[in-house]
Design a protein around this ligand. Structure first.
Ligand SMILES: NC(=O)c1ccc[n+]([C@@H]2O[C@H](COP(=O)([O-])OP(=O)(O)OC[C@H]3O[C@@H](n4cnc5c(N)ncnc54)[C@H](OP(=O)(O)O)[C@@H]3O)[C@@H](O)[C@H]2O)c1
Length: 327
């Protein structure tokens, strides 16, 4: 348990863009399969998915790889969110959690999930009950370790509180029931809030940390152009940092990453610097960059070998704060 459960390559693979959240017209199954194989070839063993991505199709896709290469992968999936016609709802009822786990195992074509994460707490079910059901899955041998996602934090925040105060309260409650092995939350050069309280909480308790959206939904790679527009089903079409105005205003962050990359030699990219910065935040931090193309997977895995200097880290700390906020 604890971070020891995360025996994985330095950089993981976020599988969400293959089936969810980004322009669906650019999702191609065969290309995604090649990307997953490439990740495993390069030792990017942590594959992060969720039953709701698709819904269900992302786990089905991974199942096609896992049935051949289960021993190469660390399977990290999530439970607790259901996709309806118009909206997404939380379901943390113990009976549902157990059925959802069996369904994920079938789709993933495996008999055990390495990390099972609670995607969102259900406001109508005490979190201890949901977590207790998840703990029983560990006892039944269907799951090896448990994790909690802190991604709902932005929505539920009261003014005057810090972003992850609510998550830390949830973590304290579930720890009374069964140990948390990993927390998943947004962490990137332009969204560093988890460094304030959440990551220190994890480090003090030997809990692993999965850094979601470590590339700032692609912005920090420097491959997006202000005003390029996004398809209506792409989260960035509604994201306050992805209006043409905010993308232009935040360019100095990309320029800074590019400058640092250039110091590390030809071929080093802003994306790799952004991931190396996440890796520099702690021993138990695993970035899970989302990617559905082999070339990005290769580039991102390469960040595992990039060590930022104290000068680089100081320069990132001096970059302007990102403009455009959900708050
Ligand atoms: N727990 C939660 O609630 C939650 C919420 C959000 C995300 N997550 C997890 O975090 C993972 C990562 O988040 P994310 O995918 O939203 O954001 P991200 O990793 O910050 O960025 C993903 C985007 O960057 C692009 N990209 C990746 N590598 C690139 C490179 N080297 N150069 C240029 N572009 C590159 C991808 O393009 P392509 O798609 O074209 O490859 C994709 O559009 C997800 O896959 C998911 O596993 C979890």
């Amino acid at each position: 348990m604890g971070a020891a459960a995360l025996a994985v390559g330095a950089v993981g693979l976020g599988c969400m863009p293959m089936s969810w959240a980004y322009s669906s017209s650019r999702q191609r199954g065969e290309e995604s399969l090649r990307a997953v194989h490439r990740a495993l070839d390069l030792g990017s063993s942590l594959l992060d998915t969720a039953d709701m991505y698709g819904p269900f199709t992302n786990e089905l896709l991974l199942g096609r790889v896992l049935k051949e290469r289960r021993q190469d992968a660390f399977v990290s999936t999530k439970v607790g969110l259901l996709v309806g016609e118009q909206h997404i709802v939380a379901n943390g009822r113990p009976g549902y959690v157990k059925r959802a786990c069996d369904a994920s195992l079938r789709r993933l074509q495996t008999d055990v999930i390495d990390l099972y994460q609670l995607h969102r707490a259900d406001p109508e079910v005490p979190i201890e009950e949901t977590w207790g059901a998840m703990a029983q899955l560990v006892q039944a041998g269907k799951v090896r370790s448990l994790g909690l996602c802190a991604m709902g934090a932005r929505g539920g925040r009261r003014s005057g509180t810090r972003l992850h105060d609510g998550t830390i309260r949830q973590l304290q409650r579930v720890q009374q029931v069964f140990p948390v092995s990993a927390v998943q939350a947004e962490l990137s050069v332009w969204s560093p809030e988890a460094l304030e309280t959440l990551l220190p909480w994890c480090e003090a308790r030997d809990v692993g940390f999965l850094a979601a959206m470590p590339l700032g939904n692609g912005f920090l790679t420097g491959t997006l152009t202000p005003g390029q527009g996004f398809e209506p089903d792409d989260v960035r079409a509604r994201h306050p940092r992805f209006t043409a105005e905010m993308m232009a205003a935040n360019q100095p962050i990309v320029v800074g990453l590019r400058r640092i990359a250039a110091r590390h030699g030809d071929g080093v990219t802003p994306a790799q610097v952004a991931l190396a910065w996440v890796l520099a935040q702690g021993r138990h931090v695993v970035p899970v960059p989302g990617a559905k193309q082999e070339r990005w997977v290769t580039e991102n895995a390469g960040a595992g070998g990039l060590r930022l200097t104290a000068e680089d880290l100081a320069e990132v700390a001096e970059l302007p704060r990102a403009l455009g906020s959900w708050d």
